[in-house]
Design a binder for this molecule. Structure first.
Ligand SMILES: [Fe+2]
Ligand SMILES: [Fe+2]
Length: 295
């Protein structure tokens, strides 16, 4: 079981510090004991390179790179980071290479799949790719969900995503995967955009690992378009699984985060670029009351 967990946001949409670059995307630096994981690369890689130096995050010591899914804002930094990640296994679902489009409310159709330079990196480094479809252990106490089954009736991918530019074929985003970490406080789940739905992911991890409770969820939750009904059902489902802490960033949606703050007893720690989340220490055992001395 992993006792020291630290998650640093190398880049996300906002930055509270002038010397750290922000961009629409996500990249997390995750320290689990002596292991280091890079979870997504951001959109450009430039921000991650610069911020990791400023933050003192030695990304050249990465043990594994995880691509949560194929969207450009999570995979676009791969080319700029390639030289910093020699001989690092890359864990991704094969569908991350599919062409991807988003149909905006304005009517605009945008290409949002993995950019060509990142595809070229995967092509060059075939021997380092670990394609993930089902559950996959990374090392003792950490693993990937693989493809997440969609069982809830109230969760969807969170946007109008398609596999073709004519927007005829909806994109189920089967490549969306989450990372789980076993800790003394319980399981911690880390998401890129959570297109599969956080409740679907939590339920799948509970089935896979045969546990009934999860401690914390970290990352992008993609609740920007979620209806109040979905948010209520999500909150109740998370409470039933014993979740205590939510650490939202990237695409979680400020209104949704505010909703959970107002209506549910979760501890919520919003992170921006440069922010850190450390696994809180286990609560101290209440001190034993001293027994009165009897003569
Ligand atoms: Fe995203
Ligand atoms: Fe996404």
């Amino acid at each position: 079981m992993n006792t020291r967990i630290k998650i640093t946001v190398l880049v996300e949409n906002r930055s509270a510090r002038r010397n750290l670059a922000a961009e629409h995307g996500l990249s997390l630096w995750i320290q689990i004991g002596r292991k280091h994981l890079l979870f997504d690369t951001g959109a450009s890689g430039v921000a991650v390179r610069r911020n990791s130096k400023t933050l003192g995050a030695p990304i050249q010591k990465t043990h594994a790179l995880i691509l949560s899914h194929g969207h450009y804002d999570h995979t676009g930094g791969l080319a700029a980071l390639e030289s910093r990640l020699p001989d690092v296994p890359i864990f991704a679902h094969p569908d991350c290479l599919l062409p991807r489009y988003s149909h905006r409310h304005s009517g605009e159709v945008r290409e949002i799949g993995m950019p060509l330079p990142s595809r070229a990196v995967l092509d060059r480094r075939k021997k380092w790719i670990r394609w993930v479809d089902g559950p996959r252990a990374l090392f003792p106490g950490a693993g990937l969900t693989g493809k997440i089954q969609r069982r809830t009736s109230f969760e969807d991918t969170g946007g109008r995503f398609f596999l073709d530019s004519a927007c005829r074929h909806p994109d189920p985003l089967w490549d969306d995967q989450a990372l789980w970490i076993d800790t003394p406080r319980g399981l911690v789940l880390v998401f890129g955009c959570a297109h599969a739905g956080v409740v679907n992911a939590v339920e799948q991890v509970c089935r896979q690992l045969r546990v009934s409770r999860v401690f914390a969820l970290v990352g992008g939750f993609h609740w920007g378009n979620a209806s109040p009904g979905r948010l209520w059902k999500t909150g109740r489902a998370l409470l039933r699984r014993g979740i205590q802490v939510l650490v939202p960033c990237h695409c979680s949606g400020e209104a949704a985060v505010h909703f959970f703050r107002r209506n549910f007893p979760f501890e919520i720690v919003s992170l921006t670029t440069g922010g850190e989340w450390n696994l809180p220490a286990a609560p101290c055992q209440p001190r034993q009351r001293r027994l009165p001395r009897f003569p």
